[in-house]
Write a protein that binds this ligand. Structure first.
Ligand code: SF4
Length: 497
């Protein structure tokens, strides 16, 4: 059940090379990336002769117990945590996807969404390919297997040239790790290094969707994988371990190649608005810095006479701090979020109004009572949750509630790996700002402008951004909306309450 009305991030990936506890480190990396997908998780590990995979539905810490990790030996591992975007949500589509093909045994984990996957799949099926899953990631696996290139790196590069859309992916073979980003750089992927220590005489190499994972791994952030880049990490060429890599401590060779020419960059700006953790550096920029800047920008664009600034936790907090600081108002913790709500729960027989939101959020009456409140959130998707939260704040005694949103109105779905409802369910695609204000019951409502969003996220400094969900202008060729099935929010409608 979707309790808060948010876009959902689709996946997080991690990879480890050259560490005797690679699968345990992959587990820790996935733990740090759990916010990017809570539906299923998987790890594939290589001991040099075999790649073992374990994947299951559920949260990372429930799936990967000590015995499970003990069954994933080796010095190389990749991991994946998933919320479905294409394909259904069954275990069948969990990743990594492992195959034993003419290029050897490989496993692939992918963050993003391919916009031409159905076309490629139809062609491959017409040629006799048999797909095991409904995931677009399997298309990549088939393309690698079908490639006429002779070596695995060349076959991966060949496959990547044939796909279009958003992909940050990691691939494991028996003795190497591969990491790549699409030429437009939609999704983040960073490279880190775990310094040698003890009996491990060489550094280990790590990749992760967000740099926050490196903190838990004891890795130092080295750089982002560049858009259009394929990084290959393996035994140093000429190393006696070249054939049959099986342990840590082997000299590491890192090779970089660009499999496709540079394209205009379209990094997902919503990574900065909401998806990524504020303790991450994404696309070369601190997420927390972007969110605080968004709050400041919002305060400049939409000030209001008020007594206190309150965030919808957790993601609204940095923007609320920025807003409060910019306009000289106190920041107050007026809503408390419970972090222990699972995916399912038992609702009392006598229906409690706004039960789902109350389970997740509770107001702090002593902070809100008698106050004119500026309420900061990072987005309004359908408006149903915002309406409940505004009502909750009023019921706690607030005199006025002024809603401020740290992104522009969301008017279009995402085709690039973010789980979005259909356009008909996006309230801003169907109502004016004033109509939305009336719907959510706020005294005033304002969004940050598109220009303000770009400025706050440093547009043009380290990258340029995709803003298609706010503009309807997509950086790739148009894809029919029915191609990407919304996997959430089916049970609620804009008018539901
Ligand atoms: S459409 Fe929106 S959510 Fe999707 S990649 Fe672009 S900015 Fe990100």
């Amino acid at each position: 059940m979707a309790i808060l009305d948010k876009f959902r991030e689709e996946c997080g990936v991690v990879a480890i090379y050259g560490h005797s506890e690679a699968s345990t480190l992959a587990y820790l990396g996935l733990h740090a990336l759990q916010h990017r997908g809570q539906e299923s998780a998987g790890i594939a590990a290589s001991n040099g002769s075999n790649i073992r995979v374990h994947k299951a539905m559920g949260l990372v810490h429930d799936i990967f117990t000590a015995p499970v990790l003990a069954g994933l030996p080796g010095a190389l591992a990749i991991g994946h945590t998933r919320y479905s975007t294409t394909g259904d949500s069954a275990l069948l589509n969990a990743q990594p996807i492992r195959v034993d093909c003419n290029k050897g045994m490989i496993a692939v984990a992918h963050n993003g969404n391919l916009v031409n996957a159905s076309d490629i799949r139809a062609r491959l099926e017409a040629e006799g390919s048999i797909f095991q899953t409904t995931s677009d990631t399997e298309v990549i696996v088939h393309l690698i297997a079908h490639s006429r290139e002779q070596t695995l790196p060349d076959a991966i590069a060949d496959a990547l040239r044939r796909i279009d859309g958003a992909f940050s992916l990691v691939v494991i073979s028996r003795d190497r790790i591969f990491a790549a980003r699409d030429p437009r750089g939609f999704r983040p992927l960073s490279l880190g290094r775990i310094p040698a220590s003890g009996t491990r005489v060489n550094d280990a190499i790590a990749f992760a969707s967000e740099s926050t994972a490196f903190d838990l791994l004891g890795a130092t952030f080295e750089r982002d994988v560049k858009p259009g880049e394929l990084v290959v990490v393996g035994p140093e060429p000429g190393s006696p371990e070249r054939a049959g890599f099986a342990r840590s401590g082997v000299a590491v060779g890192i090779q970089s190649r660009f499999y496709a020419p540079a394209a205009p960059q379209s990094a997902c700006i919503f990574e900065h608005v909401y998806f990524s953790r504020p303790d991450s550096v994404v696309f070369g920029r601190s997420v927390n810095q972007s969110r605080e800047s968004l709050g400041r920008q919002l305060a400049r664009e939409a000030p209001v006479d008020a007594d206190i600034v309150v965030a919808v936790p957790d993601s609204g907090v940095p923007a609320a701090i920025g807003y409060a600081d910019e306009c000289g108002l106190p920041f107050g913790v007026g809503l408390i979020r419970s972090h222990y709500v699972g995916r399912t729960f038992i609702e009392p027989e006598q229906r409690v109004r706004d039960f789902g939101v109350k389970l997740k959020l509770n107001p702090v009456r002593s902070v809100l009572e008698g106050k004119r409140v500026v309420l900061i959130d990072d987005s309004i998707v359908r408006g149903t949750t915002s309406r409940k939260i505004v009502r909750m704040i009023r019921n706690a005694g607030a005199k006025e509630v002024h809603m401020r949103i740290s992104c522009p109105p969301t008017i279009s779905p995402c085709y690039y790996g973010v789980d979005t409802p259909s356009k008909r369910q996006l309230i801003a695609a169907n109502k004016s700002v004033e109509e939305i204000r009336q719907f959510i019951g706020a005294d005033s409502l304002a969004y940050v402008s598109l220009e303000g969003l770009k400025k706050a996220c440093g547009e043009g400094e380290q990258t340029t951004y995709c803003t298609a969900c706010y503009t309807g202008e997509y950086p790739t060729d148009f894809v029919a909306i029915d191609d990407i099935q919304p996997a959430i929010f089916e049970n609620e409608r804009i008018t539901a309450d």
